[in-house]
Design a protein around this ligand. Structure first.
Ligand code: FAD
Ligand code: UDP
Length: 372
C-alpha cells in the first residue's frame, strides 16, 4: 500500500503529492473522481485542435516569486496580460472601470484628477463596509454599481451583492488612469504548453501513482493508506453532518466558430441582460494561431460541480463547524479551495499547499524505510 493517498488532482493535490514524493521520498496514490488531472484548471484540445479550458478561463497571476519559481520547475511560460470589456448600455468599455470607461460612458474627456473627482462626487458614505454592495457604492456610487456590479453579481451568485461578503466584489478594483489590465500582479504568464501538461510534469515522479475516475470517499478506510491529503468539499468528507455547505456552480457552453477571431477582447462581461455572465475566446489567452476559434459562455447555476465557495457570514459559521472536525481528524490534511472553503485563485492554492506541506512534514514522522 502507498504511504499516502491524495484526494484530488487539482493544484492543491498535485502540489502536495509532488512535495511528499520529492522531499520525503514517500509513495503517493493520487485519486480523482474525474477522468482527468489538473482539477478546474484542466485544459485539452477540441475537435479542431484548439487548446481550451474545460472549466472556464484560467489566467495565472501572482505577486509571489516563491510560487512562480516553484511552478517554473514544471513549465515554461508565455507572457499574457488579461484584458476584459464590459457590455454596458450597448457599448463595450473596460472593466475594471478606468478613465476610458468613465469618459466613454458619459461622453467626457476627464483627466485622472477629473475622474477621481467624478467618482468621489458619486461615492456614498457607508459607515461600516461589510457587503459587496457597500464596497462598491462607497467607491463609485450607485449608478455605476448598478450598471457594472449589481446584475452581474446577482447572476453569478444568485444573491444580491448586499447578501455577500465585501471580499467578492472587492476583487475588482476601480482605476482613475488608463490601465486596462484585469490584474496588476508582477507575474502574469500562462503555462506555455497549457495547465494539463504542467500537471503531468508535477505528477511524473515515479513514487506517484494517479488513478482517475475514483471516488476516494467510496474506498473503505482499511483499503487505503491511513495518511490522507483531502482537497474535495469539506462537508462531503463529513457526510454533510451539519448540513450542506453552499457552493456556486456554472454550466460552460463551448462554441466553435469558423472565423479566426470572434471578439476583440479575451473576455467580455455581461452585467446587464444576458443569462450568461461572460464570454471568453481562449485563443487570446493561449496565443494559439488557428483559422477557427472557440468561445466559452459561463451560465451560473445552483446545481452542478462545486466551483465557488460563497463568502457570507452564515456560510463561514457553518464552515467553522466542519473545520473544527477537520482539526480533530488524525492523519488527514485539508487543503485547497473546496476543503478550506476559501475563494482562492490558483496561486493562493499553490501557496496554501506549499505551507501545508511544511506543516505536515514537521508534524508527521517520515516513513521508516525512507528515513533510514
Ligand atoms: P480543484 O481544482 O477543484 O480540485 C479538486 C479536485 O478534487 C477535483 O478535480 C475533484 O474532482 C476532486 N475530488 C473532489 N472530491 C473527490 C473525491 N471524493 N474523490 C476523488 N476526487 C475528488 N484562478 C486563477 O488564479 N485565475 C483564474 O483566471 C481563475 N479562473 C477561474 C475560473 C473559473 C470558472 C473557476 C471555477 C475558477 C477559477 N480560478 C481561477 C480558481 C481556480 O480554479 C482554483 O483556485 C483552483 O483550481 C483550485 O484548486 P484546488 O486543487 O483547490 O481545487
Ligand atoms: N463582478 C461584477 N462585474 C464584473 C466583474 C466582476 O459584478 O464585471 C463581481 C462579481 O460578483 C464577481 C466578482 O466581482 O463574482 C469577482 O469577479 P472575478 O472576475 O474575480 O470573478 P471570477 O473570475 O473569480 O469568477
Amino acid at each position: 500500500m502507498h504511504d499516502w493517498i491524495v484526494v484530488g488532482a487539482g493544484f492543491a493535490g498535485a502540489v502536495m503529492a509532488e512535495r511528499i514524493a520529492a522531499v520525503r521520498g514517500e509513495t503517493v496514490l493520487v485519486v480523482d473522481k474525474r477522468d482527468h488531472i489538473a482539477g478546474n484548471a484542466h485544459d485539452r484540445r477540441n475537435a479542431d485542435g484548439i487548446l481550451f479550458h474545460q472549466y472556464g478561463p484560467h489566467i495565472f497571476h501572482t505577486n509571489s516569486s516563491a510560487i512562480s519559481d516553484y511552478l517554473s520547475r514544471f513549465t515554461e511560460w508565455r507572457p499574457y496580460e488579461h484584458r476584459v470589456l464590459a457590455s454596458v448600455d450597448g457599448q463595450l468599455v473596460p472593466i475594471p472601470i478606468n478613465r476610458t470607461t468613465i469618459n466613454r460612458l458619459y461622453g467626457l474627456d476627464l483627466d485622472e484628477a477629473g475622474v477621481a473627482a467624478f467618482l468621489a462626487a458619486r461615492a456614498e458614505d457607508v459607515a461600516d463596509i461589510r457587503t459587496s454592495e457597500d464596497v462598491v457604492v462607497s467607491k463609485i456610487g450607485r449608478e455605476l454599481y448598478e450598471k457594472f456590479f449589481r446584475g452581474y453579481t446577482r447572476k453569478q451568485w444568485g444573491l444580491d451583492p448586499s447578501e455577500l461578503d465585501r471580499s467578492v466584489t472587492a476583487r475588482v478594483p476601480t482605476r482613475t488612469n488608463d490601465d486596462d489590465r484585469y490584474f496588476t500582479d508582477s507575474f502574469q504568464q500562462m503555462p506555455r504548453d497549457g495547465y494539463t501538461a504542467m500537471f503531468e510534469r508535477m505528477l511524473a515522479n515515479p513514487l506517484i501513482t494517479v488513478q482517475l475516475g475514483v471516488d476516494a470517499l467510496a474506498i473503505p478506510a482499511a483499503e487505503r493508506p491511513a495518511r490522507m491529503v483531502y482537497t474535495g468539499p469539506i462537508d462531503e468528507y463529513f457526510d454533510q453532518r451539519f448540513g450542506p455547505l453552499p457552493y456556486r456552480s456554472l454550466q460552460f457552453c463551448h462554441v466553435s466558430q469558423d472565423v479566426e477571431f470572434a471578439q476583440t477582447a479575451a473576455t467580455i462581461n455581461f452585467p446587464q441582460d444576458q443569462d450568461y455572465t461572460r464570454v471568453t475566446e481562449v485563443k487570446h489567452l493561449t496565443g494559439q494561431e488557428h483559422p477557427r476559434t472557440m468561445l466559452t459562455y459561463e451560465y451560473p447555476s445552483a446545481t452542478g460541480d462545486p466551483y465557488y465557495p460563497i463568502p457570507r457570514p452564515e456560510n463561514e459559521a457553518l464552515f467553522k463547524q466542519y473545520e473544527a472536525l477537520a482539526r480533530a481528524e488524525a492523519d488527514t490534511w485539508f487543503v485547497g479551495r473546496l476543503a478550506t472553503y476559501r475563494y482562492y485563485n490558483m496561486d493562493q492554492v499553490v501557496g496554501q499547499a506549499l505551507a501545508s506541506f511544511l506543516k505536515l512534514d514537521a508534524a508527521v514522522p517520515r516513513t521508516e524505510a525512507q528515513a533510514a
